[in-house]
Design a protein around this ligand. Sequence first.
Ligand code: ADP
Length: 460
Amino acid sequence: MNLRLRFAISFILIALVSIVAVVAFARVNVAREVNTYMFRGGMVGVNVLVSNLEVYYQSNGSWEGVSAQLDTARTNGGHMAGMLGKEGQGAMQQDMLLADMNYEILYDTRRARMGEALSVSEKAGAIVLLGSDSQPVGYLFISGGMQFQPGADRELVDKLNQAAINAGLIAGGLSLLVAGLLGYLILRPVQRLTAAANRIASGDLAERVPVNGNDEMAVLGKAFNTMAQSLETAQINRKAMTADIAHELRTPLAIQRAILEAITDGIYPLDLQQIQLVTQQNQSLTRLVDDLRILALADAGELRLDIDTVDAKGLLSRLVAEFEPTVSERSIQLAIPGVDMNGQWLVRADAFRLGQVIKNLLSNACRYSPDGGAVISQLSREGNWILLSISDSGSGIPAGEEESIFERFFRSDQSRSREDGGTGLGLAIARQLARAHGGDLTAINKPEGGAQFILRLPAA
Ligand code: ADP
């Protein structure tokens, strides 16, 4: 059964249950109200008096004392005024006769016929007062009250019942219309989503749905659009990545081929120098493939980290010491100032991968610092995090590229980085690794110049 039909049926069922309940209650109450109105004094406003008189008789077992009570009620509206009921306050202005079950008058508002019997016509028009066993215990005659013959209520009750059924049918018809309309309105956004999802499935990733308001459908629409956006971005990235990989592979392959062809054609001699040139290109290809493999593993969530408690301070000092000889001839100063060497700088990390990230940051910092510059590494604690920052004295990251430098194959200066052997994957991998540790890697430009990379790691 489709959703629209289900909605419509639910609405109609709810409407039908309400309508049937209303009609049924109306029918039951109509019969009772008509009876009270016609035969129990309702029309002349003494229905409360009638039931109070009955209660009076049922609790006293006789009519004794009733006339005194009625007098009090009539003259001073004392506590027995309640006997007349709200609607009955005016009823005592009418002439009234109360007779016992033998039609002998017990109470007469005019005080003229006490002890007499009700006349035949009065008997016919009197309201029968019932005892607890529903047997007549007395009669109340209101002069001027309209008189109905038994059974006269039938026709009116039937008409009122018919009116209730007609109202029910009209309401049922209207609810059917409303159910159809509501079903259409509620499901229209779902249909739009379905159509958009189908278009996305067939490859149109630019497809979006209009989002209005803040209701659940709007939230679903927004989630759908976000999903479509990520799919589109992923597709763009994948295409760019494939193009970038092809591009990166082409250069070393072309160089290798040129050298090999030149040797084959006898242009270059087959000597160690040529072989070293080919080996260099082979190494950069190997590095690229290794980097790509790490990224692919991280993307697939399959990068296995051997997490342990690592002394970040010890690791940092060791790596800085390893770097020193490589930059000494450029007079770059490598320093770890202000770090409390006796303090505990323990992090939860894979020592090998963390080392890889730090090496990458140190090598970038040295590469972008001028000769005689300084590369400063620092450790600090922020709540449950250990922050490892590496800043340099280079020209900093070009404005607006603080995030882009973490993208794959991003290079601010294309030619220079490639000559340096950079693949443009170093920072992308470093950030992936930081995030795989539950931390992060960000970059800023220091106000005094130079870039600062901050690696955030969970403290042990
Ligand atoms: P590469 O291997 O080409 O160096 P990276 O991912 O390590 O690639 O860096 C990407 C880009 O980020 C670099 O091309 C460079 O433009 C920029 N970058 C990285 N480190 C620094 C730094 N310390 N100072 C300024 N720019 C930097």
